[in-house]
Design a protein. Sequence first.
Length: 477
Amino acid sequence: MSDPSRPPAVGLLDQGAELTFPPGFLWGAATAAYQIEGAATEGGRTPSIWDTFSHTPGRTVAGHTGDVACDHYHRMPDDVRLMAELGLASYRFSVSWPRVQPGGRGAANPEGLDFYRRLVDELLGHGIEPWLTLYHWDLPQPLEDAGGWPARDTAARFADYAQLVADALGDRVRYWTTLNEPWCSAFLGYGSGAHAPGRTDAADAVRAGHHLMLGHGLAVQALRAARPAARLGVTVNLYPVTPASDAPADADAARRIDALANRFFLDPLLRGAYPEDLRADLAAVTDFGHVRDGDLETVSTPLDLVGVNYYSRHVVAAPVDGEQPEPYWRAPTCWPGSEDVRFVTRGVPVTDMGWEIDAPGLVETLLRVRREYTDLPLYVTENGSAFVDAVVDGRVDDADRLAYFDAHLRAAHAAIDAGVPLRGYFAWSLMDNFEWAWGYTKRFGMVHVDYDTQARIPKSSARWYAEVIRRNGLAAQ
Ligand code: IFM
């Protein structure tokens, strides 16, 4: 194993070479409940913040909602069969909190739990390892009405919910992640308002981030007590943050955005402390009075793995006097205290989300987590791209998405070569789905979904990924 403190030459990602992954590398694909299930009012499910948000005029593109989505709730056995045909070794899904604990308090809803029991049994019956995420953004609406994630009590409610799910599914699910991308829940949900619940208060966003992590820690403790053999972790979305120039002011802009995007979560979760520079940057926003004695010990409860979602890089520059930068996502801000930092585009190819394609950034990100934070096993729990697809003669030839996956898998392999204990990779996403505020206008799937007929067509990238899984690596090109 080479020295993880020395990054590889990330420009050279073995383009075209045959690459084999370590034995047992976990190949998977991911989805999330609200993005695919539909059946929003069936089986005892009650509204989440995403039901309320998407039904509020002007919040999502064309008013799209997750009411029907991919109708996975009704088509689950067929979808699992499709996963088996692709040879997936693992499937990462999320449990809908308002489906299994309507309203977010009190007893479990047996019908809701039963859906996930059947899903897990179906997966296991096809030899597919279930990977369960407890929270992929669908907070029960009554908990939002009681204050949402900025309210401390929501963390305790989350732990109760985790206990219910552990009691029901702990005998058959080995891999558990608590939160998916707490940055989005906190800073898009309560900062920019681009995501549900659509609130725009910088201090609330910071409080929400803390209580999400507190809920994570309490949930890990509950899960550990209930299921000592389970492998427990959390998924964070990380970005390399690069200054646009060598100027010290640009370096400081990069430091600030790195603190908010990455270290706000990595430091408390894996070191049990907020970074001092982050606290200073946020001084005008909050005095961190919401952090109580003992919280950070809870937040940093030991884990078995860390999930990393990787999509792109942030390139940033210092504020320019008198210039109001185009806000990233939507106004007013998802970067509290650093609203005036400019996000710079480099003119490199982008996906349909406008996100720059930067596979070497995945190597940097994984190496950084390994070098600065932990030697725990890492998993890429999401990576993928939206592109505009065309169905031609019943086929979808998504060469651009396939190339994105290929480049990022070469990056994942380079990270392993450099000493990162990367144990698995989950493509985002198994199928096209409800892309939050973008509704159905952005397609991330390896499987095409016709939203009128619900027909599924595996795209070229899905066929290619099936071959990657079969050979446990990439063929020479
Ligand atoms: O669709 C989302 C997913 O829910 C969380 N991670 C990023 C994906 C693409 O935006």
